[in-house]
Design a protein around this ligand. Sequence first.
Ligand code: DX5
Ligand code: ZN
Length: 233
Amino acid sequence: MTDAPRDFLIAPSILSADFARLGEEVDNVLAAGADIVHFDVMDNHYVPNLTIGPLVCEALRRHGVTAPIDAHLMVRPVDRLIGDFIDAGASYITFHPEASDHIDRSLQLIRDGGCKAGLVFNPATPLAYLDHVMDKVDMVLLMSVNPGFGGQAFLPGTLDKLRAARQRIDASGLDIRLEIDGGVKVDNIAEIARAGADTFVAGSAVFQAGSEADPHRYDSVIREFREQLAGIR
Ligand code: DX5
Ligand code: ZN
């Protein structure tokens, strides 16, 4: 690893936003300093919950959102929805290797569509899925909860897995982001960063952070995340 500070990116998960005012919620987190919009897509098949799809992604783009949108696909099969999310304006598209019959093909589909491609690892999914496709991923996303719901507790075993993923990425010399998703809070983000993550999804921690006076202002939690990350290399 070099001595240069890593560029840390904060990616609020809109799963915990107020869906009745989604455009405004996304505007607010971005105005508060978030870098990426994390967009959780669940199909009630691969995971036991049902959320939002490409129409909502497209609506956010039409609303004027220009920040990167990170579409986390918890769906099976994945390939058709990859095309839909490319058309809907996603920037990153990540999927779970167990949900694709042809992982290499799915990754290629994403890059061919001009998007950045990523693989997502559930807590019990081995990093070995990266062995033959490392040069085809732009992002490695480690789940620190079992996927399907916001508001779960961070699984501490993920820290060792993060260190292993960081080693693989550094050894490859490739430009790959290492994202963490699930249970990220102000009081654990520094430890997570020290274990190697550079991109932090946070749903409940962000969207429950508004004050009573102004429940939809998120500046303070984003600032606290950055304070925790300051100085970590
Ligand atoms: C879970 C989702 C996460 C979730 C994170 O399946 O992938 O993005 O929204 O929520 P918190 O930050 O509340 O754990
Ligand atoms: Zn997610």
